[in-house]
Design a protein around this ligand. Structure first.
Ligand code: 5AD
Ligand code: SF4
Length: 463
């Protein structure tokens, strides 16, 4: 039997990249590659990169320096060649530049071509001397049609990509350029894959897409299904207990989706719905295609339909031209809506995007002051939500062992990690009803409500 080859994949950025990395491992498994958790001595290293902000892209170049040392050490000690690959959005956006700056990189491929990995690896291995490969096409064939069934064990909580790409062209964002045009997978493919995951033990499914609620996949009997329609169908799958989806755009929250939040108990009452900014002027310059009032209206309609629903969001501060008054509009919308979690970023000019060429770039010092104020407010809201959870009962999906002996960690409907002691490890993978007894900024503690309910399916908590 031949020795397995060691594959090290490092993932940067969003959940879509986490998903893509898993799928790359699936594609390479039949070629004898097994995942390891260090680049040292690896036969192949893939950096699956993110281009969304400058810092993420810079990190790739500093990590490549470290990979180079491992590659040199391996080859100097007489080992086989280490294939070094850069994948993902930096590869897509800066492939040629990467090849020029980093001569030891063997392969560069974008997010739309990793189904071609086996062929690329064969070409790289076959090469006498060097054979560098760059594949940043947006191929005509559909990647999802050429990927094997998911083989990596995703566990109790799994991701499933249903949509990719974006046609929105927010003026700050590289995604439409790196991920390409919007594409929705046919509904039957999604349902088939979901069933397969559930058969392998998945209880919670997170549907992924850059613009997931723009989903309009081919319906089983012709026509198209919206995300709301697809969710209804997925909710019928026995053994699947929780459904989430991310990331959404306010413009694509339609009546169907709101009704799904009203009707489907399996759909978790937690939604990541980026608003980015509160000022209409800034939202327009961002080309967000919604204004402050639209967002407030959508949030209200969602909460009317599902009273225990809570929102999280993304924010950008210091977008070109953002005045003090504009920033105060962001603070106001946060105060009014309240978000139980959030990601906030200083605006980072990205090459090739319209906003990077805009006048009135905001000084770094102002961006820093604003983000500190915003983050303080958001942290306060998150802590308050966690504190208000104390005394409530919540259904928690137990996912892993905790740091301490006898402790397990699970996830609440609101994505809060919840620690619980005194349950056997056999409870992992079960949904248990816990009474929340303790709140920290980023997690909760709880205890079992009713021992007889342990491991039974329970309904989600309604506050
Ligand atoms: N600068 C800062 N933040 C950005 N994001 C996207 N592009 C930029 C940029 N150029 C943020 C947005 C988006 C999240 C994934 O990243 O808030 O929702
Ligand atoms: Fe980027 Fe806007 Fe598309 Fe989101 S909707 S991926 S922020 S262009």
């Amino acid at each position: 039997m031949t020795e397995p080859k060691k594959l090290f994949v490092k993932t940067y950025g969003c959940q879509m990249n986490v998903y893509d990395s898993q799928r790359m491992q699936d594609v390479l498994a039949p070629l004898g590659y097994q995942s390891v958790d260090s680049a040292e001595g690896a036969d192949m290293v893939i950096l699956n990169t993110c281009h969304i902000r400058e810092k993420a892209a810079e990190k790739v170049f500093s990590d490549l320096g470290r990979v180079r040392k491992h590659k040199e050490a391996k080859e100097a000690s007489g080992g086989d060649k280490m294939i070094v690959a850069v994948a993902g959005c930096v590869a897509q956006a800066e492939g040629a530049e990467l090849m020029r700056r980093e001569p030891m990189v063997d392969m560069v491929f974008g997010p739309q071509t990793y189904h071609r990995l086996p062929e690329m690896v064969a070409r790289a291995n076959r090469a006498i001397g060097r054979n560098r490969i760059i594949d940043t096409d947006f191929p005509a064939e559909e990647k999802f049609d050429h990927l094997p069934a998911q083989v990596s064990n995703q566990g109790y909580s799994a991701f499933l990509a249903i949509q990719e790409g974006c046609d929105k062209f927010c003026t700050f964002c590289v995604v439409p350029y790196t991920r390409g045009a919007e594409y929705s997978r046919p509904a039957m493919d999604v349902i088939g894959e979901a069933r397969q995951l559930v058969a392998h033990g998945t209880r919670e499914l997170t549907l992924l897409g850059q613009n997931v609620n723009a989903y309009h996949g081919e319906a089983p009997n012709g026509g198209e299904w919206s995300l709301g329609r697809l969710l209804r169908e997925l909710a019928e799958i026995d053994g699947l207990d929780r459904i989430r989806y991310t990331t959404s755009h306010p413009r694509d929250v339609d009546d169907d989706l709101i009704a799904a939040h009203r009707d489907l108990k399996k759909l978790m009452p937690f939604l990541h719905l980026p608003v980015q900014a509160g000022s209409d002027r800034v939202l327009q310059a961002m080309n967000r295609k919604h204004d402050n009032a639209d967002y407030r209206d959508i949030a209200k309609r969602l909460k009317d339909a599902c009273p225990d629903l809570a929102l999280s969001s993304d924010f950008i501060v210091g977008f070109p031209g953002e005045s003090d008054k504009d920033f105060e509009d962001t603070m106001d919308i946060v105060r009014d809506i309240t978000f139980i979690q959030a990601f906030s970023f200083k605006y980072s000019p990205r090459p090739g995007t319209p906003a990077s060429a805009m006048e009135l770039q905001v000084p770094e010092k102002v961006k820093t002051e604003r983000i500190m104020r915003l983050q303080a407010l958001l942290a306060e809201q998150q802590l308050e939500f966690n504190r208000n959870s104390v005394g409530r009962e919540m259904d928690v999906l137990l996912e892993r062992r905790g740091k301490y002996e006898g402790q397990l960690v699970g996830k609440s409907p609101y994505m809060q990690p919840v620690h619980v002691s005194g349950l056997p490890e056999t409870a992992l993978g079960q949904i248990v009803r816990l009474k929340i007894t303790e709140a920290l900024p980023n997690s909760l503690g709880g205890e079992l409500v009713d021992a007889t309910n342990n491991g039974q399916k329970s309904e989600r908590n309604v506050a």
